[in-house]
Design a protein around this ligand. Structure first.
Ligand code: KG4
Ligand code: ZN
Length: 335
């Protein structure tokens, strides 16, 4: 029988479901995403309890809709992959309890997936993973990691943020500019046509030889710049500041990723996670990577989605632990 894995993602503010079908190449048969962003927007960030309740309200119908789109019943599946962590505990419990219940009812194996491994393997959903070893820059709302990948499940974190994540810096800067959550796409939109040179923002840790990041100082610099412009009749400064913060974050991410490849003697770089959807980051990587081959997932598989969980579950199907639990915190190199 053709291998088909249902993927379920509920770790944060998207309820997402997809069916991956193995083959040469594999494909996504159907997928749906229900975003909670409008619900959380009025709070300026994600409210965990609200997130859990909304996952619970939409997940069963969303899953049935995906199966209907795919023209499949539960018996047409080979397994159920579900995000088991890291993320919001209540939100993870909704997804994992649903997956376990449906797995027991339909007689299907349930495969726990690490959310960041889902991001990391995302270039494989619609294309091919690069040959091992490769470096992966994982940039999302909660993580900024440089990972050396020597095989599926063989991950060594070689650099990470010592404070805020890159996505968090986008989100907090957006808030300072009066933009809604999530801030990354909003900053990117406002930055178009802005003049990044008007503000000289720091490139934190760039001169340090190591592969770590720090973004909290940049956030403070954005706050001071915004305060100095407040009250100006012409609001063009907002465009310029958006362009400047985007340029600063992108410069740091590109430079450290290239440095990671050079230090590790690796020729392939994967960039994944929500921030990898950023057009400026994608363009600058292409321009500055030199001999390093850059592999980027389709932008819709950079932000949270069910397809990446289904695909990671497919790659992980033969390594399911006998017992497992949802984990709010779960270091990638503990896999
Ligand atoms: O991976 P993701 O969807 O969720 C997490 O696992 O965190 O990442 C969300 C993060 C948010 O911080 C959001 O502002 C950022 O990714 N993001 C972007 C863009 N799209 C999403 N940042 C910059 N440019 C974008 N186009
Ligand atoms: Zn994510």
């Amino acid at each position: 029988m053709t291998t088909r894995i249902l993927g379920i993602e509920t770790s944060c503010d998207e309820t997402a479901v997809a069916v991956f079908e193995a083959g040469e190449p594999g494909r996504i048969v159907a997928e749906r995403i229900a975003s909670q962003i409008p619900t959380h927007a009025r709070f300026g960030g994600i409210v965990p309890e609200v997130a859990s309740r909304e996952h619970l309200a939409v997940l069963p119908d969303l899953t049935n809709a995906v199966l209907a789109d795919a023209g499949l019943s539960w018996t047409g599946l080979s397994g159920i992959a579900v995000t088991a962590g890291p993320g919001l505990m209540g939100a993870l419990l909704v997804g994992t309890a649903f997956a376990r219940a449906m797995g027991a009812a339909a007689g299907l194996p349930v495969i726990p997936v690490h959310h960041m491994e889902g991001h990391l393997l995302a270039p494989g959903i619609t294309g091919q993973l690069p040959p091992f070893p490769f470096i992966s820059l994982l940039v999302s709302g909660g993580h900024t990691l440089l990972v050396r990948v020597d095989g599926i499940g063989r991950y060594a974190v070689v650099g990470q943020t010592i404070d805020d994540a890159a996505g968090e810096c986008f989100d907090k800067s957006a808030r300072l500019l009066g933009l809604p959550y999530p801030g990354g796409p909003e900053i990117a939109r406002l930055a178009t046509g802005g003049d990044a040179r008007r503000f000289s923002l720091p490139r934190p840790m760039l001169r340090h030889d190591n592969l770590d990041f720090s973004f909290s100082g940049l956030k403070t610099a954005v706050m001071l710049a915004a305060q100095s412009c407040e009250g100006e009749a012409d609001v063009r400064w907002k465009q310029d500041l958006a362009a400047a913060v985007e340029a600063a974050i992108v410069d740091v991410l590109v430079t450290k990723s290239v440095r990671a490849c050079e230090q590790q003697g690796v020729d392939h770089l994967v960039v994944a996670g929500g921030v990898a959807a950023n057009a400026r980051l994608r363009a600058q990587l292409a321009a500055e990577a030199g001999r390093i081959a850059v592999h980027l997932p389709d932008p819709r598989y950079c932000t949270d989605n069910g397809a990446m969980i289904a695909y990671a579950g497919y790659r992980r199907a033969d390594a399911v632990p006998e017992s497992w639990d949802a984990r709010a915190r779960w270091p990638l190199d503990a896999l």
